[in-house]
Design a protein around this ligand. Structure first.
Ligand SMILES: Cc1cc2nc3c(=O)[nH]c(=O)nc-3n(C[C@H](O)[C@H](O)[C@H](O)COP(=O)(O)OP(=O)(O)OC[C@H]3O[C@@H](n4cnc5c(N)ncnc54)[C@H](O)[C@@H]3O)c2cc1C
Length: 182
């Protein structure tokens, strides 16, 4: 059976959507009174990573780029079972769009190195562009599959996943991933 190395999970912290207010005077989104939480899709990504670790081994590492207060949520991820975490926080990165965010996260993933898989949420609850994950793959030059609903198996040179897209269409895909596995 294949033995995984680092499994990197990207994690964003987002305000609960139902608590976000629109300021009619400034015409901006006011997140200041909203409760923050781990982006729900990223919690699912972490859960999947922990299940894969149980089956195939490896180390689960949380990767996040955001303000310093996000560390309390990252610690929750550690409490859930992650082995390690990296939080990139610099005022210069505040307000980054998906292009910059994906570039910074990809650079961090390269630095962490020795990774078998990068697992992300499909989109964030607030920005919701869904552009960061394919952006990361592009910067790293690795294959990407989106809207994964289940990982069926991981083999020496591929990962077999079920993909469910809007409208309820489900497909099973084999993604060749050499040389990221051993
Ligand atoms: C100092 C600082 C302050 C910031 N403040 C804010 C803020 O107030 N509001 C805000 O929305 N963003 C903030 N960011 C982060 C950044 O601007 C956004 O994360 C980025 O624009 C992502 O766009 P999206 O939400 O559309 O991502 P999507 O492409 O919709 O996200 C898809 C998936 O990509 C991953 N991902 C996305 N963003 C991140 C991230 N930052 N870290 C780890 N994984 C990620 C997650 O797995 C997510 O499920 C801040 C960053 C820094 C450094």
């Amino acid at each position: 059976m294949v033995s995984l190395r680092n499994i990197i999970v990207t994690m964003k912290v987002t305000p609960k959507p139902e608590e976000i207010r629109f300021d009619p005077v400034t015409k901006t989104v006011d997140r200041s009174k909203a409760t923050n939480e781990i982006n729900p899709a990223d919690k699912n990504a972490l859960e999947l990573a922990l299940q894969l670790k149980e089956k195939y081994g490896g180390r689960v590492i949380i990767l996040s780029m955001g303000p310093p207060f996000w560390d309390q949520f990252i610690k929750m991820g550690i409490a859930m079972g992650a082995d390690d975490a990296v939080l990139i926080s610099d005022r210069a990165l505040g307000g980054s769009d998906a292009f910059v965010t994906s570039k910074v996260l990809a650079a961090a993933i390269k630095k962490i190195g020795d990774y078998s898989l990068v697992i992300t949420g499909e989109e964030s609850e607030d920005g919701s562009t869904g552009q960061v994950p394919p952006g990361i793959a592009e910067w790293l030059g690795i294959p990407v599959v989106t809207y994964v609903s289940q990982v069926i198996d991981v083999t020496e040179d591929s990962i077999i996943v079920r993909r469910t897209i809007k409208g309820g269409v489900t497909k099973t895909l084999r993604l060749r991933c050499q040389p990221y596995y051993q």
